[in-house]
Design a protein. Sequence first.
Length: 430
Amino acid sequence: MRSVGLIALVLACFAIGPVHAGERYMTGSPELTAAISGTNEFSPGDDAVIAVQLQNEGLNELKFVGSGIITRDDQPNTAKLITITLAPGESPLIIKSDPQMIGDLKGGSSTIVKFTVKIPKNATVGTYELPLNLKYTYLWMAEQMGTDSIQYMYRDVNQTLSLPVKIKPVLQFSLVSVDTEHLNAGTEGYLTLVINNTGQEDGKKAIVKIARNDNSMVIPTDSSSYIGDFPVGAKVTSTFKVSVSNEAENKSYPLDVYVNYENYEGDIVDSERTTIGIPVGGKTEFLVVSDPIGIPAGQKKTITVRYQNTGDAPVYSAQARISAVDPFTSDDDTAFLGTFAPGEVKEATFDISVDSTATQKEYGLDSEVRYRDALDNSIISDPIKVRIEVVERSNTLLYLLIGIIALGIIAGGYYYYQRHQKGNGEGKSG
């Protein structure tokens, strides 16, 4: 601790009228110190703000007060026109802030100056000294000339201080491979990740986790995979079940991956998140590729409908169903299709009856395909239309019936005629 002798020589004048006394400091200069306010520990990959507290500890040690003295505009312990610059030195830090001009700093006062820095992901762990350069000026001497003028003399100072910062180890990982299985819109599937610990810290009690990225169409069903110890350089494989929104398209969607672990201080922390792309297949859809099927009003008919799997994935245990609504009825509205590969066409038969009062036109009956995906989830397709055309009732049977009756009448008449002729012949003979 510095011992300071502060001497004040006061000249007191006792007079009838008021006396204006001035002040003059004989010694003193700024003394600037700096320290980091808040934490000075950072991790690779961080974007951080270093808050530097700059303090002026300079004192004025000798002051005169007198009636003939002109008071100076500046005090000698005031640091004026300060410019402060933070440099990386031998550290891996990237200093993003330019030199900052903070003005004047009076003795006994302090201020906070903030610098934005980036710690690269590959930064080496350790403690570093960051050079903090200070440029300023101060009142070195003031020479009074007579009773109404004074000459100021200033000195420039170029000073460099050191700020210690520590880069602490963290677990970092890189993605080795991403494999997906049965990932299509509206279904569930599997995601397999292989990751490598590329950081500078061993992870204990490590858990690989995945999380939905904002409103991504890929949604984790199982989001955690426990791996235990995860030393530097090790590779681990984790498999997750994920679902895909029914609105997804045939493209890749984002998913976040991170590792939860116990660090060297015994704290449970999360690694930095990495966003990866997950490829997703299109939605499983079906089309009716049959031409419109004609059914006469008032009749029942067995129809054959051809379905095509226009999706990107096979389906299993598929069943086609048709919904018969007025003027149609059905006592056989379900048909088994079985395993249904992409692009394949399969036929289903249904018994459909049409009311005799049905209007002759084309109708669209709703149909759907119920199936199981690769994970044995039961899914129902979107409705598809089966085109049925009600046509005029055929008169073929009526004409056939009339023909049969006519033939019967002719045959009966002929028989009667033959019997009559035979009877007449026998009468003449007798």
